[in-house]
Design a protein around this ligand. Structure first.
Ligand SMILES: *Cc1c(COP(=O)(O)O)cnc(C)c1O
Length: 396
């Protein structure tokens, strides 16, 4: 059987050197092909290189890849082969990891809001690490995952992240001691603590105030006799979008230095990068459908793409994540544009509060490449709102 080759080879094939392929395989792949619908191209080689860089910086801390960032089976399989562990939020994600060769012992069930049947499923398949942030969830774990090692998630303040995770997950810091005591009374093993510094935390020093909060709780928990030995740092490792980010290894090493200074030797430190591991490995190729003005004296052009909020670019919500966009006219004169998706929902506007500068020569039919889209795009794409196809994914 011949493998189907996604995309059609371009007639006007640009010449690319092997260095182009090595530096950015997804960009090179896109340059050589035409596509008839919005497509995310993700490079396994680039994910592997990023994984190695993170491992280099993280030292003894173990990576549990946050599966939701990009659940492409080929990426999960690659990471299994590289020795990664996984952070799953549902039965579906656990099944995915198992199907790609991960063992249950390598998977943590990190959602603090779980279905009892999913807990039982995970337990039956060898998952031993579970998150909780409430008494009711601890009760569920005691019943459906006896013997589990539970890490308690705490809400942290002062997040400087571009995509903060608010108060949905975690218990208040003031409630932690009570929760740890409750778990102990129930015979549940409180193995450690977890938090999330907020996604896209652009600089390592932003971790410091958050680590201070967790270290204080860690010390108090140990003083109260809890055998804390798992420190789950969550995600937050950033990717380059509008602003250039330092390389992943240097960033991770700086975070680990800050961790070591506050926690000393912890038997098991886990990090759960999602975005920081896969975002830069992929780009989306899309098309301009229309460039227009609302009136002749409109200061902004409206640029409508064939991809929007509901077909993969959900993280433009609140204009939080600012993607870089390449066009065929780069280098020419630019002007301010409001960027929008194709659907008939007026919420489907990507950037308006802060318009994007795009070439004045941009026109309908032009192809654009949205850079560093390997995380939180395909997994956020709806099944086909308004009849627009969901984001196609090609893993190379
Ligand atoms: C989403 C998530 C992550 C990944 O976060 P990134 O900022 O993408 O690295 C890690 N841990 C948990 C518990 C998450 O929910």
């Amino acid at each position: 059987m011949t493998a189907m080759i996604p995309g059609t080879l371009r007639v006007d094939t640009p010449s690319l050197s092997s260095a182009d392929f090595l530096a950015d395989p997804a960009a090179a792949f896109i340059a050589l092909r035409t596509f008839d619908r919005p497509t995310l191209v993700v490079s396994r080689a680039r994910v592997a290189a990023q994984y190695d860089a993170l491992v280099g910086g993280l030292g003894d801390a173990r990576i549990h890849y946050a599966v939701k960032a990009n659940p492409a089976p080929e990426i999960i399989r690659l990471l299994v082969q590289k020795g990664a562990r996984f952070d799953a939020a549902s039965r579906g994600e656990i099944e995915l990891c198992l199907s790609q060769g991960a063992s249950g012992a390598d998977i943590s069930f990190g959602n603090t809001i779980k279905k009892p049947a999913d807990i039982a499923y995970a337990h039956a398949h060898g998952v031993t690490l579970f998150a909780a942030d409430s008494e009711a969830e601890i009760d569920k774990l005691r019943t459906h995952a006896p013997g589990a090692q539970v890490y308690l998630r705490v809400i942290v303040e002062n997040s400087s992240a571009d995509w903060p995770l608010s108060r949905k997950f975690g218990c208040a810091r003031s409630a932690l001691a009570g929760l740890m005591g409750y778990a102990r009374d129930q015979g549940v093993d409180v193995a450690g603590l977890s938090f999330h510094v907020g996604s896209q935390t652009r600089r390592p020093e932003f971790w410091n105030p958050v680590l201070d909060q967790i270290a204080e709780l860690w010390t108090a928990g140990r003083a109260a006799g809890h055998d804390l030995r798992v420190l789950n740092l969550g995600g937050g490792f950033p990717a380059t979008y509008e602003e250039d980010i330092m390389d992943a290894g240097t960033y991770a090493a700086a975070v680990m230095e800050a961790v070591a200074a506050r926690f000393g030797d912890v038997p098991y430190v886990m990090a759960e990068p999602g975005r920081g591991l896969v975002a830069e490995a992929g780009h989306i190729v899309a098309e301009v459908l229309l460039v227009s003005r609302k009136s002749p004296d409109d200061l902004h052009r409206w640029v409508y793409l064939d991809i929007g909020m509901f077909s993969g670019l959900a993280e433009t919500m609140g204009e939080a994540i600012r993607y870089r966009i390449e066009t065929p006219h780069d280098g020419g004169e630019t002007g301010a544009c409001i960027l929008a998706g194709p659907s008939c929902d007026s919420a489907d506007i990507l950037y308006e509060q802060r318009p994007v500068m795009l070439p004045v020569a941009l026109t309908g039919g032009d192809r654009v490449v949205i850079r560093h889209c390997g995380a939180y795009t395909s997994s956020y794409s709806s099944v086909g709102f308004n009849g627009f196809p969901p984001l196609d994914v090609v893993v190379i």
